[in-house]
Ligand binder design. Sequence first.
Ligand code: ATP
Ligand code: MG
Length: 557
Amino acid sequence: MTDTTTPTTSNFIRTIIDEDNATGKYGRRVHTRFPPEPNGYLHIGHAKSINLNYGIAQDYGGLFNLRFDDTNPEKEEQEYIDAIMEDARWLGADWDGRLYHASDYFEQLYDWAEQLIRDGKAYVDDLSADEIRGYRGTLTEPGRESPYRDRTVAENLDLFRRMRAGEFAEGSRVLRAKIDMTSPFIVLRDPVMYRILHAPHPRTGNAWHIYATYDWAHGQSDSIEGITHSICTLEFENNRRLYDWFQEALGIRRSQQIEFARLNLTYTVMSKRKMIKLVQEGFVDGWDDPRFWTIRGLRRRGYTPDAIRAFTDMIGVSKANSIVDMSLLEHAVREDLNTRTPRVMAVLEPLKVVIENYPKGQEETFDVPYYKQDKTRTESRPLPFAREIYIERDDFMEEPVKGFTRLAPEVEVRLMSAYYIVCTGVVKDAAGRIVELRAMYDPATRGGTSADGRKVRGTLHWVSAEHALPAEVRLYDNLFTKPDPQENGENFLDNINPDSLKIVDALVEPSLATTAPGDKFQFVREGYFCVDLDSTPDRLVFNRTVGLKETWVKGKE
Ligand code: ATP
Ligand code: MG
């Protein structure tokens, strides 16, 4: 099921903000944030969140923060922090110097924890993690109170300070909020606020022996930064009650959490834990593998920030979980590249054609426009033509099936922007495989139009054999064989597509000699391609971003 109906100009989140602005709840301020945990690379799901948060801030003339929720020093690395900033910036988000970290607030969070202890709203618990879990109860059974729950304020303060000082072993004690062990919301059953961890933190070093939980840090970080609308995914719906409880108990600035459904996309797994597995076990070739739906994978594949924004706009936001079809993402990039890319010719599976009546040693050059789709652009490039050319192997059929309009014996076709040719002979090797075609051209069709108005049904792309450049072309397919790689609880690693990458030796027109990684083209009749990072002047490498064909039709799935 795909949700394509919600226009970005109005969605339930914007409706809430409009209401808040109307009532003056936040003095008409709109301040959003993107709060990644630096424990992985950004993926297309994060792009949805970034574009949503940043887009709202922009549209309402508000502010947007980038905040690293770096409360878990054991899983977090500088590599991720740097990559997240680079990718978020590439997507177009601008936090205008407002880069923050939950770790910036460790001291303030600690002071607030002491405040809750003094107010009788937090206590040090000596139960083990397993015991705490056992005492917590279930959805149908209430929890039980810890025997340590009624410690005095003085004892709690003393123990908590000694926890901070590093006096106790990991796992021996935690600080918990004193809320309600019988609450129907398990998050409110005395959640843990601090645990002991004798681990250095990438930003605070060895200063701390206790670390705030995500739940304790998150809402207070929003409050400190003056976030008005704290937009997050649906799984935090219940946590909202806890975040509200903390802000209220502390008497600090409030923010409004609003939840939306996270993006799920066919042929992908969106959890960072699973994505790390794909990297570590070598199913993808690093975080920027063009088959990967990470931001850097998409970028290397040839996606643009505009295409990704068009996609996130198109899918909108909703309160109901659904799975978006991959073909929508491909549609978005195809539309975007259609407008921006020059058209060039590349032959992916070359078959030689010798034009017997074209004089040996002769060559000529056609001046061919790059942007046939855009009449306002006049750039062109010289395209050399000579007696020997290559066409696409499957543009020829010795015994054409019905409806085949391309080259066949005695059939006339147009070589795009060049001449009409007729196939006059087929050369085969000992095994019977076609190795070369013979043809005759009509000099009166220069430029690809005939003076006598004679029509041909097929138009083929081609390259001059002498002038073409060899290139490695990487053709990608989905990484998984199934739209839902975890269908019926299957292990996604069991549904890896063994044919997700196909490499072909192609021939490309000589104008592509001076390309740089990231340059994007339409290879006419073949799809959209971009120059890969591995490309060098000696060895051109192209990625197919997406084919030309529209597999997704509006309103029909
Ligand atoms: P994971 O569960 O895979 O670790 P996460 O949600 O914990 O992912 P974070 O780094 O915490 O990842 O995410 C930062 C922000 O991006 C959060 O606000 C989260 O709601 C949002 N986000 C993450 N995944 C998606 C998704 N698939 N669709 C939309 N938003 C997402
Ligand atoms: Mg998370």
